[in-house]
Ligand binder design. Structure first.
Ligand SMILES: [Zn+2]
Length: 247
């Protein structure tokens, strides 16, 4: 077994929604209910697997997806709800957000794990706050962030914190970039990328990928020396475009 499901829960078919999981006894708040397991893959590899298996998967980082096991397991079947009773306490562990009664369907809000559009669908949760269509960028909406505060996957929690500090380069930042560029172009450009994404410890791949998602093209490969010059020009001309709060 790659996935864990609490003995207080059981997976079964749900009318109109395929597979789901239900509490079979009262579950107290904070109880570990499910834990996802599988194979971590970047999107280009993840996307080569069939839809059924991708639906039993979870995004755990900007470009990392835990592909579910080859055949369905009980812990694979946690549906989305816009008013969920489970929440993430790590990239893969779901605990009860409140006391759950026997018979309730177990759900979590997919906005707390997803930032890519790999699993978008019309929601059938029928709760008062149902948002109708579930999209990969739901995490960025202010009301959804507020409702799920404290329950986001760590990579999304970091990204949300980053939104508050992401900014264009100041004149001083730009001067520092120029001063350090000749000595170590990679480090100088990475520092500028981190400032403009608000992610102070972001890897090169993450910082560059995030800028690309807001239609800013940083024209470079980390391995291509000439591209650093292009990036330097881009920062000098634009001061970088901050990843401001999209909502
Ligand atoms: Zn809904």
């Amino acid at each position: 077994m790659f996935n864990y499901l609490s003995t207080g829960a059981q997976a079964s078919e749900t009318p109109g929604k395929g597979h789901g999981s239900f509490a079979i006894q009262q579950i107290t708040a904070g109880t570990l209910v499910a834990c996802f397991g599988g194979t971590p893959l970047p999107f280009v590899e993840f996307a080569t697997h069939d839809l059924e298996r991708r639906n039993r998967s979870i995004q755990v980082d900007h470009d990392t997806f835990i592909l579910g096991p080859p055949s369905r397991e009980p812990g694979d079947s946690i549906n989305h709800s816009c008013e969920p009773n489970l929440g993430l306490v790590s990239a893969t562990r779901l605990v009860a957000r409140r006391e759950i009664a026997a018979g309730e369907e177990l759900t979590y809000d997919y906005a707390t794990s997803d930032s890519a559009p790999y699993d978008e669908f019309d929601c059938a949760c029928a709760t008062p706050s149902c948002r109708g269509t579930i999209r990969g960028n739901d995490w960025s909406q202010a009301d959804i962030r507020l409702r799920n505060d404290g329950w986001f996957s760590p990579y999304l929690a970091r990204r949300i914190r980053g939104l508050a500090t992401a900014r264009s380069l100041t004149k001083r930042d730009a001067e520092r970039l120029l001063a350090h560029f000749d000595e170590n172009p990679h480090a100088a450009i990475l520092s500028a990328l981190r400032t403009t994404t608000g992610l102070l410890h972001a890897s090169w791949a993450t910082a560059r990928a995030l800028l690309t998602t807001v239609d800013v093209t940083v024209p470079m490969q980390a391995s291509d020396a000439s591209s650093y010059d292009e990036a330097l020009s881009w920062f000098n001309e634009t001061r970088g475009t901050p990843l401001s709060d999209p909502s």
